[in-house]
Design a protein around this ligand. Structure first.
Ligand code: ADP
Length: 393
């Protein structure tokens, strides 16, 4: 995945180079700088002494010593002074120069902290946006794996408005569906194992048992309130049960009417025709993807870059007609191709997946697709904020 955001400690990243948000003396300090010097050992400070400091926005390279990385790229971000002292430009330069040093050293992977977003006080949401914009711009014409390491969720800020919209959506879709699913599941079980009265009785017995364990069965007022609550629950259960029964009756009626047609089609399928059926597969994921790229008038590179998919992986997909992608990869391409929800579902189906409201990941991605918001970096920020896998591969 060319760009990813991870939660963690930059000194533990297995990459070619890590970037240090240093101060201009380059002689060590607090925050990420201190952590890097501690993990690299005293030889890092020795080498830094010979560098004669570093101006804000510039970047200098040392070895990584005891760190798992080969190089440390030291850069100095601006101190936030209210935004009118060229801070944005200096922060962009810090990223640009660090990436230029990484390219000069032929690094294939590099990890960044959120430069200036700690003691230097740069507003966290803007610091994240600038980091992403500079990284994305660099990736337009370079191949590298770039990781943005977020030390703690406190140091990560995304658009508050979007965040609250998504929280609301997840509460209303994911949690409601989940509760409804388990409630329906219980009603189904009661129908399967206990008949109509089962739900009412089992809810009642369960509640009574709970009351007993709490030792409150002899509290009359509370008990009355509890029974009213149970009555309400039972009515809800009964209504749900009628709904489920009607649904099941409809299903079996449908099944009965469609059975002759199904049997007829099975009859037509002679044993030898199974081979023929298998030889006549639908268009594969890989074929669909390539067709869609052409239909949208996109270049392959434009599409896989927009999808945050590595070039090598894309050539694999291109050359293997039966390539089985992950769900994140399929959705990344759906976003890059700006498909609508129905087209996304169709592409997912080609790889054996579907969108589900039992998955936070799916709900978040579907939200962006149905609102025609196809900025993959923003989607990944939201996925990261809600602890989900990111789009891309
Ligand atoms: P600056 O002086 O540039 O603001 P800081 O070190 O104070 O630098 O903070 C920069 C960012 O690095 C902050 O978001 C902080 O949370 C983060 N940070 C601190 N320690 C680590 C670490 N070990 N790994 C990754 N990020 C870190």
């Amino acid at each position: 995945m060319p760009f990813r955001i991870v939660l963690g400690d930059i000194t533990k990243q297995n990459v070619d180079a890590i970037v240090n948000a240093a101060n201009s003396s380059l002689l060590g300090g607090g925050g990420v700088d201190g952590a890097i010097h501690r993990a690299a050992g005293p030889r890092l400070l020795e080498e830094c002494r010979g560098l004669n400091g570093c101006r804000t926005g510039e970047a200098k390279v040392t070895l990584g010593y005891d760190l798992p990385c080969k190089y440390v790229i030291h850069t100095v971000g601006p101190i936030w002074q209210g935004g009118r002292s060229g801070e944005e430009n200096l922060l962009r330069l810090a990223y640009r120069n660090s990436l230029a040093r990484a390219a000069e050293k032929e690094c294939e992977s590099v990890a960044f902290p959120l430069i200036s977003a700690g003691v230097y006080g740069y507003p966290k949401e803007s610091a994240l946006k600038i980091a992403e914009e500079e990284i994305r711009h660099f990736l337009d014409d370079h191949e590298m794996e770039i990781t943005l390491v977020i030390f703690s969720k406190d140091s990560f800020r995304m658009d508050m408005d979007l965040c609250s919209k998504l929280s609301h959506l997840l509460r209303n879709t994911y949690e409601t569906d989940e509760k409804r699913g388990s409630f329906l599941g219980n009603v189904m079980k009661s129908i399967a194992f206990g008949g109509a009265a089962g739900s009412r009785d089992s809810v009642f017995t369960e509640r009574k048992a709970k009351e007993k364990t709490r030792g409150k069965a002899d509290a009359p007022a509370e008990s009355r309130a509890c029974e009213t609550e149970i009555e309400e629950l039972c009515d809800e259960a009964a209504a749900e049960e009628v709904h489920v029964r009607n649904f099941l009756a409809g299903q079996s009626a449908e099944c009965m009417t469609s059975q002759p047609a199904f049997a007829a089609s099975m009859m037509q399928m002679q044993p030898t025709s199974l081979e023929a059926a298998l030889a006549n597969l639908d268009e594969s994921f890989s074929q669909s993807l390539l067709r869609l790229i052409d239909a949208k008038g996109m270049k392959d590179s434009e599409c896989y870059k927009k999808a945050n998919v590595d070039r090598k992986l894309f050539s694999k997909i291109r050359s293997d007609v039966h390539y089985r992608p992950s769900k994140q990869t399929v959705l990344a391409f759906a976003v890059a191709l700006e498909l609508d929800v129905a087209e996304t579902e169709a592409l997912l189906k080609k790889a054996g997946f579907a969108l589900s409201h039992a998955s936070k990941f799916d709900i978040i991605v579907e939200y962006f697709i149905s609102n025609k918001q196809y900025d993959l970096y923003t989607i990944n920020e939201a996925l990261f904020a809600f602890d989900q896998n990111l789009l891309g591969a």
